[in-house]
Design a protein around this ligand. Structure first.
Ligand SMILES: Nc1nc2c(ncn2[C@@H]2O[C@H](COP(=O)(O)OP(=O)(O)OP(=O)(O)O)[C@@H](O)[C@H]2O)c(=O)[nH]1
Ligand SMILES: [Zn+2]
Length: 343
């Protein structure tokens, strides 16, 4: 069935509501700016964005006792594009609310294409991307490489997490060989099981003192891992899903959580799907880290590493310096790229 057209009356009401909303936001901003100029706000403080709802942010900062408190904050008119994880400068009003006045430089940013294909930041200041895969559903080697390429393109350190090791046959088989290969390339590989008593110890140890995100294919156990790592989160998830029924988009925005043993986790459905978006051909080659020393050494500057004579990459494969399986995986990913549609 085609989408029902709004009557003129309904359209007028929608426009009126939108106009009123914009006006309220504008008035709020003006009030904030006037108050700032009049000095009605407290001194500048440092904080970190822990959640984001439209033009309202949740900002976390230490109080005078060194305890972390979260504050609802508005944005100054000239500040756009703040995301969860951003370090900000903000000021409090006497009612405990606040206004964010500046953003600190970012150490890293995770971006995703929006509906129109424009890259938009979704989270900032992340130290590591945990790529989760599992004994079941078994990972396709190309899939792990694809995630690694996407992670390398962000400059954020990827870590491979093999979950459901309780299902691993004693000898380990192909999966152990696969993991050994990634370790040799220099990647950090951690095993986990949400079904075992001490199944998350190694993972826990790698999460303290930094901010992480979990990504990975459906069914590998990301929710189960996060639920085990954050026992208190269940309540929050319930609260958020009530909001989502009312039509707000709270569940899709990234939220920052503190892990009981230290370290932070930023999570949202959008972040979990990271790595499955668009990649550029040059990003793919750079994302295979062992290829990097050879890039730029091919006879032809625009070498696509296919049939060209004097291809440094293919020569490295022939010498055995690059694994044929990784080179084939690279080929496979490049061949699957969407053609560039830009004019
Ligand atoms: N045997 C075993 N099963 C697990 C483990 N962790 C999770 N599972 C099971 O795997 C299934 C999928 O787990 P989820 O946590 O929903 O996976 P997910 O990655 O969040 O999946 P999406 O929400 O679809 O992205 C569930 O039936 C879990 O009970 C594990 O360590 N061992
Ligand atoms: Zn080449």
């Amino acid at each position: 069935m085609s989408k029902r057209k709004l009557s003129r009356q309904q359209r007028w009401r929608v426009e009126k509501i939108q106009a009123q909303r914009a006006e309220r936001a504008e008035r709020r901003t003006q009030r904030d700016d006037t108050a700032l100029e009049a000095g009605d706000y407290g001194p500048e403080r440092l904080g970190r964005v822990t959640a984001h709802f439209g033009r309202t942010l949740e900002v976390e900062a230490e109080d005078e006792h060194g305890d972390l408190q979260r504050h609802r904050c508005h944005l100054r008119a000239n500040l756009e594009g703040l995301v969860t994880g951003d370090d900000v400068v903000w000021r409090t009003a006497s009612d405990g609310s606040g206004v964010v006045v500046a953003r600190q430089p970012r150490r890293s940013v995770l971006e995703r294409p929006d509906a129109r294909g424009q890259l938009k930041p979704v989270a900032a200041n992340i130290a590591q991307i945990l790529i989760v895969f599992a004994v079941e559903p078994a990972p396709h080697p190309n899939l792990i490489d694809r995630y690694l390429v996407a992670a390398e393109a962000t400059g954020i350190t990827p870590v491979l997490v093999l979950n459901k090791t309780d299902l691993l046959p004693d000898e380990g088989g192909e999966l152990r060989t696969l993991l050994a290969r990634y370790r040799e390339l220099g990647y950090h590989v951690v095993s986990a099981s949400t079904q075992r008593e001490n199944g998350l110890d190694a993972l826990h140890a790698g999460l303290t003192e930094r901010t992480s995100v979990f990504v990975g294919q459906s069914g590998v156990g990301k929710s189960s891992l996060i639920d085990r790592l954050l026992p208190d989160r269940q309540l929050r998830v319930g609260a958020l899903s009530v909001d989502s029924r009312k039509g707000t988009h709270t569940t899709t925005t990234a939220t920052l959580y503190h892990l009981p043993a230290g370290g932070e986790l930023i999570d949202s459905p959008g972040i979990r799907e990271f790595g499955l978006g668009h990649l550029e051909e040059h990003e793919v080659a750079r994302g295979f880290i062992e290829f990097q020393p050879y890039l730029g050494l091919c006879k032809f500057r625009d070498c696509h590493h296919r049939q060209e004579p004097g291809c440094a990459l293919r020569e490295a494969v022939e010498r055995g310096d690059i694994l044929a399986s990784r080179f084939n995986s690279y080929r496979h990913i490049v061949d699957s790229l969407e053609p560039d549609r830009s004019p």
